[in-house]
Design a binder for this molecule. Sequence first.
Ligand SMILES: [Zn+2]
Length: 262
Amino acid sequence: MQEVLQGWFFVILGLSVGSFLNVVIDRLAYGKSILGRSQCDFCEKKLGLLDLIPVLSYILLLGKCRYCGKKLSIYYPLIEIVTAVVFFLGFRFFGYDYFRLFVILAIFSSFIVIFFTDLKYYVIPDEVQLFLLLFSFIYKFNCTQSCLFYGFQLFFSSLVSGFFVALPLLFLFYITKGKGLGFGDVKLGFNLGFLFGVKSGFLVLYLAFLLGGVLSVFLLISGRKNLKAKIPFGPFIVVSSFLFILVPDVILFYIRKFLFFI
Ligand SMILES: [Zn+2]
């Protein structure tokens, strides 16, 4: 019973955080401050409390602004629901240690922001990359004694791992002249190495390329995108990182099937 209640708590927390992440995604992409009250994208009317209930407001208002009647983006309820699902999964997998769960939910929240800013606007804001870097450090920090020395050591080894994992992306960035990959992806690759270390960082990157390749081929064949279409890479890095944190054994099992020399 208690576990059911806790599960619901994380669903509702996820819905509320998702509502906040919507604001973060739209404002950071335009370089605006994330503080201040929400307003309608079209008529710029400040929204009241009743317009801000996650998912429910959207359903009750039939997906339209109460003031000007314009159709609201489906991204709003979608991001709230995605965040709720992600928070619930986080609780199911890491609910045994609340501090660890808190750090992981912070990392997952930055994943959601990266996924949707890249998908909606083709940018990955530096603010969210730094936020992810900070919580990656806390996630890895596991100190019993002489923490200052340990902290420095961990920081520098993580930096080095970050550079290694960012290198192939930097190379792709240069040979495609920034058209295949953005510099935001290179920085995200750095974050990946920083968070997972060199070996796992490369595995996650490899999985992201696999996912990206499969989806691109599917989009091409089904005629939904042509060869010139821009497909952001950030979402694939996010999805494979998310899976690697949640179910590393499953990912390793499947990667070994494709890449037998590991
Ligand atoms: Zn409006």
